[in-house]
Structure formats: structure tokens, C-alpha cells
Ligand binder design. Structure first.
Ligand SMILES: [Zn+2]
Ligand SMILES: [Zn+2]
Length: 118
């Protein structure tokens, strides 16, 4: 399986949905991380990974003060997905740990009326 060219909204390994994402160090491309098996696959930055929306007027993202984390939101399906920008992170990143470290982002998203996708 070539995870660079899959570009679907479901995991290429198990068919699960993403619940986390990251921007890679090389080009800042967005990769999704499977909620079930932690597989990673490349995905468009400007497309909602849950409903496929590509209308730029209804897609947005918020960043924290350090711009390490992002919260991608979709107005159409009212979901969000968290992202970490690896260009700004230090050592290797463990996604199970990141899910916990970013619980504050989940709180912000909920307060703004978004649901976790997937
Ligand atoms: Zn999977
Ligand atoms: Zn959407």
C-alpha cells in the first residue's frame, strides 16, 4: 500500500477514520492518523477528512499561540480534527500521547460547537 497516494477519507489499512493529523517536516503536507491502528496517510490540506468538503469558505483552522497545534474545522459537517505541525515540534512525536496532550484543543472545539470527526 502506497500511503503517499491513497488520499481517501478512510484508513488504507483498516478502513477506520482519522482522529489526528500532522503536517510533515519536509513540505508541511497534511497526513491523517487512523484512530484505530495509527496508520498514517497523505491527505489534502484543504479538504474536510470527514465529509469531503472542499469549499474554502467553510474550512478553517485555528492555531495555538506557538502555532505548534492546529484545529481544522469544517462548517458543513461541524467537525474538527487536530493537527500537530512537525516543522515546529522537536523530537519524535508519539500520537497516542499527543491525543492526550491536546485535550485542551478538544475543549475549545466543543465550546465552539464542533464535534470530533470519525
Ligand atoms: Zn487504521
Ligand atoms: Zn466536513
Amino acid at each position: 500500500m502506497n500511503q503517499d497516494s491513497w488520499r481517501q477519507r478512510v484508513c488504507p489499512v483498516c478502513g477506520g477514520k482519522a482522529d489526528f493529523s500532522f503536517l510533515d517536516r519536509e513540505a508541511g503536507a497534511r497526513w491523517l492518523v487512523c484512530s484505530r491502528c495509527d496508520a498514517e496517510w497523505l491527505f489534502l490540506r484543504l479538504e474536510c477528512p470527514f465529509c469531503g468538503n472542499r469549499d474554502q469558505d467553510s474550512l478553517a483552522y485555528l492555531t495555538d499561540g506557538k502555532e505548534l497545534y492546529r484545529l481544522y474545522t469544517c462548517e458543513r459537517c461541524r467537525t474538527y480534527i487536530k493537527a500537530i505541525d512537525l516543522r515546529r515540534s522537536g523530537e519524535d512525536v508519539l500520537f497516542p500521547l499527543q491525543r492526550i496532550l491536546t485535550l485542551d484543543l478538544d475543549r475549545q472545539a466543543h465550546e465552539a460547537g464542533y464535534q470530533p470527526g470519525g
